[in-house]
Design a binder for this molecule. Sequence first.
Ligand code: 3H9
Length: 696
Amino acid sequence: MSQPVTVTRDGNVAIVTIDNPPVNAMSFHVREPLHARLLELRDDSSVEALVLACAGRTFVAGADITEFGKPIQYPFLPEIIDLIETFQKPTVAAVHGTALGGGLELAMGCHFRVAEASAKMGLPEVKLGILPGAGGTQRLPRLVGPSKALKMIVSGTPIGAKDALASGLVDEVVDGDLLANAIRFAREKAASKATLIAVSQRDDKLAPVRANMAAFDAEIAEVLKKSKGLDAPKTCAQSVRNALTMPFAEAATAERNFFHELVKGDQSRAQRHLFFAEREANKVPGVGKDDKPRKIAKVGVIGAGTMGGGISMSFVNGGIPVTILEMSDEALKRGLGVIEKNYGISVSRGSLTEEAKAKRMSMFKGTTDYADLADCDLIIEAVFEEMGVKEKVFGTLDKIAKPGAILASNTSYLDVNEIAKFTSRPQDVLGMHFFSPANVMKLLEIVRGSKTAPDVIATAIAVGKAIGKVPVVVGVCHGFVGNRMLGARGAEAEDLLLEGATPAQADKVFTDFGWPMGTYQMWDLAGLDIGWRTRKSLGKTAAIGDALCEQGRYGQKTGKGYYLYPDGRTPVSDPEVEALIVEKAREKGINRRDISNEEITERMMYPMINEGARILEEGIAIRSSDIDTVWVNGYGFPVGKGGPMFWAELVGLPKIVERLDYWYGKTGKEVYNPSPLLRKLAAQNGSFADATKAAA
Ligand code: 3H9
């Protein structure tokens, strides 16, 4: 293994290189030698300037997140950065790849930053439920100004080198050899003998903002609008504000204390869990390094409706051209029209230029002829959810698709193994389940059939990531991971209303929890007629849901459903619906009573956990963290609670089993019957992660 920190010389310039693959995180085994070498170099009079660089694909991508929550070993990152600031000779960070979090903080400890044109820089700590804890909230405002720093730190979104140069974060952007340029830059600075000012001592960008704190507080209020329920964004903003109201040292100490508080909290634990969960989801048993992804240069999409259109946009947005197939010219024209309209909205919002829109539109090809899909490397069908329809589509695809093309179904529920049987190449067939709106939602459930080839799974993961999705591999069952658990979450929704809850009360329990909306609001958004049709086809009924549909109340699209939508979007309670609920309860002989918020949580969220445990037990999900990744990225489960399985452990598995047992005893309903795995883990005080390990 190479040394994590090496020192080389180029004449009077010392070059310190950090080499800690894969992302040069500031682990203890880097910090210790880095601190020691910096001390030596500071006091070495033959060294007239210092360049701090990194080996491998990136500059330091941050502190080592795996060390969080454990006792931190000295030297700490802030001490190292403070040490760099004591250098009386120019210090230059040579930035390539991504300088993130503690990495950017380290770079800001230097007097100067020289960056490659493709470099990105940011403080993404907020996404881990923390704030920059090594001076980032104090130094970034001094370099780019408090307003820009506030936005960058609260959003966690990195900026590119060009923006960094314009805003003062970097001093030079280079196209050629980064290290050679950084050495040249350092040597020039040393030769100039100009006065060196540590970033912590700069004040010029703070002073004007200090003069109008009310305006800055208004900016804080604005950027915090979207951070409902999360502590980290507020703390980030407070800490940036401290840069304006406190001396550097005092504000840096406050920042450090905030960091220690947040890192201990459940929200940060949850968000760190999700960070690793998303990466873990790419590791699939039976799919190894030798299973090289197939090349996907062209995609075919069957169906230009809402799903097909959104899926097509996802690929085009990711730079992959798409051929869309529809049954008629009219349907094709309509579908492409909707896509163009959607891009038009992006242009009017300023997130897309007219040129970019034109370029994207040129990447779509419409057709009504299956033969035009013959050159596609991946074909995804998004047609009607009926096995007979899928049979026709896959039978045709089998005839026209080129050898080695991947054939995917966007089915939400159907058996992918059945679908694969309609072809002579089941090894090339899988499910690629996108979530609506498909061009926005990040989740991609990859459904692995019993015969799907490993390299087909590897390809789906690779192409999914390439177009910005979060892929999670799941097994075949009705509804896979997400929709199957969603079914369990909504199983008691009708009865809760009959027994005494109201849609508004139950939905508020959800929004207070952190969901973007509650069950009834979600149903109204999706369209109540969909469930109604499914119930009818299965010979099932739902007294309230059916009655609403019989009255033409299909949800948002008809202006009313469980709620009224006077402005088309905002739900307003409707006394008529409440009267309908009371009437249906009376017809069924149910005495309505007060339902507590706890009961709503127990009867809607605990069955969802129970179903998750079943899914894990059956091997439909590879690991519990995959379930969390599905729910956070596809269904709006609040990130600060880490996904349903993580949250269940925060609540306590014994408590969940006890309450499920209670409701099972009272109602006899299967959704409450604790899964053997859940019961076992609760009895052993175990965790879902232990269960995953045991199964591996
Ligand atoms: C911080 O800095 C706090 C300070 O303010 C204060 C300190 C006092 N640590 O994402 P990838 C692993 S907080 C440990 O697949 P990519 C990752 O798990 C930190 N491990 O690669 C994966 O492992 P595996 C602020 C890390 O090329 C492997 O590296 N910084 C870390 O798609 C490859 O990762 C951040 O939040 C880490 N910091 O993307 C940046 N980072 O192979 C977090 C990655 O076992 N990192 N790993 O699955 C990223 O955003 C992306 O990894 C990055 C590369 C963009 C850098």
